[in-house]
Write a protein that binds this ligand. Sequence first.
Ligand code: DAH
Length: 339
Amino acid sequence: MKELLEKIRQEAREAIERASNIDELNAARIRFSGKKGELTAILKQMGGLSAEERPVIGQMANEVRGNIETWISEKENELKSMLSEMKLKNERIDVTLPGKAGKIGKKHPLSIVLNEIEEIFVGMGFDVVQGPEVEYDYYNFEALNIPKDHPARDTQDTFYITDNILLRTQTSSVQIRTMEHRKPPIRVISPGRVYRSDAVDATHSPLFHQIEGLVVDKGVTMAGLKGTLEVFIKALYGEDSKVRFRPHHFPFTEPSAEMDVMCFACQGKGCRLCKGEGWIELLGCGMVHPKVLKNCGIDPEIYSGFAFGLGLERVVMRRFNIDDMRLLYENNQRFLNQF
Ligand code: DAH
């Protein structure tokens, strides 16, 4: 048996030495020291040995097993490092090749124009403030002097969450929140998303953006409103832009007006863009209603204010000649890459 063990040791050594890859090495492992391997087969015959021989052979068998395992693991390491060296050689990279630049995102057209508008107003001393999109009825309607039976409150126009909570339909809600927290002088704009239950088409979307403006102080007048908006429009559309104010009605302003800009395409003559009007409606505005000031704890005998609200999409569409509002929300890369 000693000789047999010695033979296994020799053969194993040679087989391991010869192995030129992991598969061959594994085959050798199975053949010599596996559960059904040659070594195990020999150990199974140990029952037939005498009591003196058994420990001697046992020890030797253990030694042989130890040898085989050591050689296998040595060979394994050797094969592995050969493999990784080969890999390194094959994967050598040319660091002088030109790189591939990652794609950098661009500002969305809505953001481009909003940033511009914010800058204009910040330049005039306005703060930019935010309000929640999920809003109480009180801030969106009640405090803005919009009576219970006003058509804007209809569920056809407003997304209600509960009887009392809704998705704001206008950024005017932020007027109230601002006046509750700030004392005059107040000069803020508040851009943000608003929601109305409209079907989607080229000029309507259930989600769109407004920019609200509010000024409250002693001695604020309609002249101040007109002057401020004129400065704004000239900064946005150029020094030659012309504006006009038409009387209008909003529940939260008195008097109220709508402001139009002269059509850039036809200079007021009337064309397709302005539908023959010569003017394009741009925003709603007016003097803050005394009731609204009172609702916010501001004394209308001492203070007055003006407010305005404009839709961002309209300004953006006109600026970039976009004829379908849906393009602004679809995030088509080919569309967005043009800006
Ligand atoms: N909130 C109005 C709307 O959604 C727009 C508006 C009109 C805002 C007049 C104002 C304002 O602040 O004074 O149609």
